[in-house]
Design a protein around this ligand. Sequence first.
Ligand SMILES: [Zn+2]
Length: 244
Amino acid sequence: MNASVKALVLRETEYKESSRILTVLSDSLGKLTLVAKGAKRRGSRTAAAAQLLTYSEMSISCSRGRWYLNEAATIEIFPGLRNDLRKLTCGSYFAELLETVGDEDSPDPEILRLGLNCLNALSEGSREDRLVKAVFEMRLMCLAGYEPSLDACAVCGDESENNPFFDISGGVLLCGSCAGGDAFRLCDSSLAALRHVTSCQAQRILSFRLSGEALNRFCYVCEQYVTHHLERHFHILDYLNNLE
Ligand SMILES: [Zn+2]
């Protein structure tokens, strides 16, 4: 069986002398593991595409239950990530999250699109890196089925948004009277940012600005939300936070 896919490389590992094994997120076949034979050889037709965080048009084939990469043409390499350790680490963290939520048999074009948009923003530096990271984290959680409920206090239904709190483990908004000890205090701007990212159209996810304490709150909530709900510790996140 042969197929043509557009795919982003999420992980690459060396395999035998001259090959690589790639984990990719593809547009039409979801998450795939591919053998890229000879990809480490100079002049190979797949070498450029077989690199971490590269998006390419790939011609692949399946033989005895295993997928092989035959040819590839790179579409986007996100050049801004290549010479900046912090951006590259952040992009690699995005890749780990995409690998965690990506499904082997069910393609999700929205998740791939989110990944590409955020890697592009990171590469171009059009927004603060930590804002891009937080937006990616929260929107990805929504697409993966963990959308928080932010309309009104989950306990009493109060919609006045006076003194809002966010319950990270419950994924709900609480008012000041109903919030318990673990709820995290938001502010008007951080709540507005959360609402925007969880409900806007895909092309508008980064069209807002946030700074100061509101940005700190937004970033904190998004990161905690991911690690709590995916129930995983990401070592690369420790590494990234130590670079900050
Ligand atoms: Zn309440």
